[in-house]
Design a protein around this ligand. Sequence first.
Ligand code: F6R
Length: 366
Amino acid sequence: EKNGYDHFMLKEIFEQPETIEASFRGRINTKNNEIILGRLTDVMPRILEAQRIVLIACGTSWHAALIGEYLIEELARIPVEVEYASEFRYRNPVLSSNDVVLAISQSGETADTLSAVRMAKEHQAMVLGICNVVGSSMSRETDAGIYTHAGSEIGVASTKAFTAQVTVLTLLALRLARLKQTIPEERFHAIVTDLLAAPEKIRTILQSSNHIQYIANKYRDAVNALYLGRGYLFPVALEGALKLKEISYIHAEGYAAGEMKHGPIALIDNNIPVVVVAPKDRYYEKVVSNIQEVKARKGNVIAVVSMGDNRLKGMVNDVLEIPESDPIVTPLLTVIPLQLFAYYIAVLRGCDVDQPRNLAKSVTVE
Ligand code: F6R
């Protein structure tokens, strides 16, 4: 069942061009780029009228939710909050029938997320779900939702479910933007076009897996690692750090790059690998300054860069290249080399990547 791959995680990483395509198949009319989210048709008026959207999730799904917040706010101009399900459910949040709660879960069985769904319903909020497992508890208990169609994910570390969640959140943000007319027509088409091109670009990234393995080998003995990104790539930095820590047991932290000077910079010495997500986007110059700050303190920088970025190549220790695309689509591209980097380090350290210690695929305890 591993299709010749050594681990389910590797198979699932390599499946992402197809699973992302499966998440948008039938949902983008390629004749006119219109987005179709059939299961949301009836509830769309209420979403458009919502005073805010609250995204709730745990772990990797929470990282997808953070990207969702940025997407929905930037494209559709609806206020969004993101909450850990385990916090939200216990803290008596302000909720009413004017709120839309959107729960995100691969398994649809995470106990804290389900409890948060039930609590939101008690407060008369409309509750939607983004879920991978068809027929799961979450899919039954929400008012409406969107399936991610990533296929069953067996590796405990979530990979293809994450990119499917981000894809679906992008579709949702685009649909809302279209209905609210919050972005210009050309911008809408440019994003849809780049989303449709993402699977092919991911294939290109996957072809560099040998190079990523070579870099992983250099840093396999690290004790700590720091991941930095800005904007849409801040949650990607968090996700890269989570992947590394959960399967390789190297302590890793993700930070918004602008926060580095407020504390984590004290960690920088000549041992620490610092993974910086730095493609050419509106934050590029700021991120370059962050890299210079790390280099000035002798940190080892591994940068995820746009293809052909010779400026950063000359400045950092190692680069992982990704094809250029609209910033809306870059989370889908930049997370791929980080998944592979974590995978290869864990394998080189002899860890059981599909069954990391102390972790379960679906967390049904509270
Ligand atoms: C990390 C991971 C976990 C899950 C979390 C939520 O790789 O897999 O952090 O993302 O337990 O699970 P779901 O999405 O099933 O609710």
